[in-house]
Design a protein around this ligand. Structure first.
Ligand SMILES: O=c1ccn([C@@H]2O[C@H](COP(=O)(O)O)[C@@H](O)[C@H]2O)c(=O)[nH]1
Length: 234
């Protein structure tokens, strides 16, 4: 099932059972689901198939970052699971990005391929420590422009960079934004955050929301409140 909600719920669990329980409490018409490194390493492709058979579109968030041949093969494996979205690190460079696009070109119904720019857990100080001489938003734009030039469908960035990316790269390039925190919610390890409504107003295409939903007393109600704040009645 497809949904008009931009919300992607991050299922960051150490085992299959709590992930399936959470999924069973949600409506595939009200969100998509994200399976990341923790859950996929524990539960594998079977879990992805179970979530899809429950009607959810799945973002496989494994952030591949390796040499071109290895990433291309990993993406073909991801595509064979029938996932809706998959991602790679843009900092793998042009040849890796082009090999990734090429790897999916022969696939029928390929996943939307998205490039990770600068993680939303990083602030300016973290970024400078890595030795970059430019400003963090400038680096996000640089990586996003490279991703677009290589044929990717969009990027993962913070919603704080969404308006500049939309302005520079156009609104048909998807902006997938984690670091989403409803007003008053704990920031946790995220650093570049916005509320769901602020993120949509800034031009985000999809909002990745984990702990504010999965750790809520009533996750379905927390999801409903976010969709309502976006004036979506699903
Ligand atoms: O830059 C990035 C890229 C990916 N993520 C992932 O999104 C979720 C966010 O979870 P919260 O609990 O809402 O913080 C998580 O799975 C990350 O691996 C990100 O946060 N930032």
């Amino acid at each position: 099932m497809s949904t008009s909600s931009p919300v992607i719920v991050a299922l960051d669990y150490p085992q299959m059972t709590p992930a399936l329980e959470l999924a069973a409490s949600l409506d595939p018409g009200a969100c998509r689901l994200k399976v990341g490194k923790e859950l996929f390493t524990a539960a594998g492709p079977v879990l992805v198939e179970r979530l899809q058979s429950m009607g959810f579109e799945v973002f496989l968030d494994l952030k591949f970052h390796d040499i071109p041949n290895t990433v291309a093969g990993a993406l073909r494996s991801a595509a064979s699971l029938g996932v809706w979205m998959a991602n790679i690190h843009v900092s793998g460079g042009r040849r890796m990005l082009e090999a990734s696009v090429e790897a999916l070109s022969g696939v029928s119904a390929p996943p939307l391929l998205i490039g990770v720019t600068v993680l939303t857990s990083m602030d300016t100080q973290d970024f400078r420590e890595l030795g970059f001489g430019n400003a963090l938003p400038e680096q996000v734009l640089r990586l996003a422009a490279l991703a677009k030039d290589c044929g990717l469908g969009g990027v993962v960035c913070s919603a704080q960079e969404a308006s500049i990316l939309n302005e520079q790269l156009g609104s048909d390039f998807a902006l997938v934004t984690p670091g989403i925190r409803p007003a008053g919610a704990a920031q946790d390890d995220q650093r570049r955050v916005l509320t769901p409504a602020e993120a949509m107003a800034a031009g985000s295409s999809y909002l990745v929301v984990g702990r504010p939903i999965t750790r809520a007393e009533d996750p379905a109600a927390a999801l409903h409140a976010i969709n309502e704040s976006l004036q979506l009645s699903l």
